[in-house]
Design a protein around this ligand. Structure first.
Ligand SMILES: NC(=O)c1ccc[n+]([C@@H]2O[C@H](COP(=O)([O-])OP(=O)(O)OC[C@H]3O[C@@H](n4cnc5c(N)ncnc54)[C@H](OP(=O)(O)O)[C@@H]3O)[C@@H](O)[C@H]2O)c1
Length: 247
């Protein structure tokens, strides 16, 4: 199959590209260079050419600003002629009132209303997000950890699922993809400290506001499919203090 991956150089997108080995894959990026197809989803530059003649698009490009997420997705579905669009979203975008999540929910609606064959996969937070957060927070003498549950997932497992979805039949809303365990963030922070040998006292913090309340209520939890635990994720890394990994 001929498959375009937007955000194909990003944390998730790179792994999707790897999992699609054997297919004719177009790695879409704003940059140009060997192995890349240059396009800007926000302005539309190069987009029609990037997706011309593809059978499927895995849409992993993202921007934290709500309006940009919607614009990029709208530009994408307007450029696609007749291909299966697979969009990756986040569990709880309809329950946690974060601006970024609202953008993702609106982008899901753009995909669903595009008239194209589509699949939306919502995933929970990646292990890397927590690990990189703990690495930064543990530079202070006390590690302040929000008192919320989380169900982290290994990004490579999300990538594998997206690759399967892109090469299969369109599903509409696919079953949510979540990690194997629901854990409290302070508990995961202790696991990070144990794995790295860094000694810090973990301080549970409660934050005010509707977003925190929604996280406390578990609005972002759900789904299954992920098998790797946070401890296994840490044990597999040469340097848990390193930045985001791409394999
Ligand atoms: N992180 C998590 O815990 C998590 C959990 C569930 C779902 N997700 C979803 O997974 C997706 C990928 O996340 P990620 O962490 O892999 O993101 P990321 O590493 O930040 O990658 C996003 C990519 O988007 C591309 N991009 C941004 N603006 C663009 C534009 N105007 N035109 C074309 N490309 C543009 C960038 O590519 P270039 O710089 O190469 O142009 C960048 O590599 C997102 O939709 C996110 O919401 C993430």
């Amino acid at each position: 199959m001929r498959i375009a991956v937007t955000g194909g150089r990003g944390v998730l997108g790179r792994l999707v590209v790897e999992r699609l080995a054997g297919h004719d894959v177009r790695v879409v990026s704003r940059r140009s260079g060997p192995g890349l197809v240059s396009a800007d989803l926000k302005t539309g530059r190069g987009l029609a050419e990037a997706v011309a003649g593809v059978d499927a698009v895995v849409h992993c490009a993202t921007e934290m600003r709500r309006a940009a997420e919607v614009t990029m997705t709208r530009n994408l579905v307007e450029a696609v002629r007749d291909a299966h669009v697979v969009y990756v979203s986040i569990v709880g975008v309809d329950r946690v009132p974060l601006s970024y999540y609202r953008g993702k929910l609106a982008a899901e609606e753009v995909v669903a209303g595009s008239g194209l064959p589509w699949t939306v996969l919502r995933a929970t937070q990646f292990h890397d997000l927590l690990r990189v957060g703990f690495a930064r927070l543990s530079s202070l003498p006390l590690l302040f950890a929000p008192n919320v549950p989380v169900q982290p997932v290994e990004v490579a497992e999300v990538a594998q699922r997206l690759a399967e979805l892109a090469t299969g039949e369109p599903l509409g809303r696919a079953p949510d993809f979540g990690g194997p365990e629901v854990r409290d963030v302070p508990d995961l922070a202790r696991s990070f400290l144990a794995a790295t040998g860094r000694r810090r006292r973990v301080v549970r913090v409660s934050l005010p506001g509707g977003v925190f309340r929604a996280y406390r209520a578990g609005g972002h939890l759900g789904g299954d499919g992920g098998r790797t635990t946070f401890e296994q994720h840490l044990a597999a890394l040469p340097d848990p203090f390193g930045g985001y990994r791409h394999n």
